[in-house]
Design a protein around this ligand. Sequence first.
Ligand code: SAM
Length: 293
Amino acid sequence: MNQLKQIENLIKRNQSECGFNTLYPFTTENIDGYIDLFDLKNKSLLTLGSSSDQAINAGLLGCNNITIFDICPLTKFYYYLKLASLLSLDREMFLRFLCITNYRKNTSSNPNLYKKNIFDKLNETLNSLDYESYVIWDYLFNKYGSKEISRLFTIDVNQVDSIIGCNRYLVDDDMYRLARKKMPNVDIKFIEGDVLSPNINEKYDNIWLSNVGKYLTEEEISIMIEKMASLLKQNGRMLMNYFYSTDIPYKCESALNSCNYEKIIISGEPLNIVDNSVLVYQKSKLVVGVIMI
Ligand SMILES: C[S@@+](CC[C@H](N)C(=O)[O-])C[C@H]1O[C@@H](n2cnc3c(N)ncnc32)[C@H](O)[C@@H]1O
């Protein structure tokens, strides 16, 4: 399989050379801090995020139609590995199996990370969820150890306590079980692509652009906003976040103003430029502010 060859090449290369070809094992965004700004129950969501945490948190709140759109070619395979882990392991084991960083403060290593004996507990579920993902992970877990498998993931990761704080589905066992109950009902799709030239035809109630803005130039941000704004349904909401003290929010504003499709308005003027701010635009209605998360 051609894909397997590419994945094995990633394993052999230095992670820092791989850019967005590598996966985010967990979100680096405080999803829990912004998720309540969105109406997700029985609605649709288009989201970036190779961690798939956006999808699981949205599914937990009843979102039943989710498209994960990301430039990382491994996103779909990781989603199914994570979902199979959620469905097959308890919360503690889920974290131990998938948390790259020190599992609990100040412990130097996590002996359960990507361990084959834990994979064996979920591979049947994975097989039933998505055969292609099963073939890939089964091959990798049989051939490689956790050190090699870790190379498929970015080094930009949080500690486990922060991971739990960002993800409502990980906050406690009840939330985790609720996510386990809800996720099988989610209609999930994957689109591999670039925000600058999205190959998407549907429209969505919600769009989350994760923290992609800081990797784009001013011109590219305008292009992204224009393209993504056109995919939002009437009264739909779009999120951009984490601007790291740049003046990108202002640039977003002019990009939005130049959209001649239905206008999406950036709220709260003047905007404060803050590292962890979240900007939410609502199509046709000025509603939401800038919040710190
Ligand atoms: C800084 S990371 C944030 C990851 C995120 N917190 C998560 O939960 O996965 C940005 C995400 O956007 C994706 N990305 C970066 N540039 C992109 C582009 N031009 N088009 C589509 N996706 C992109 C990356 O693959 C990654 O998943």
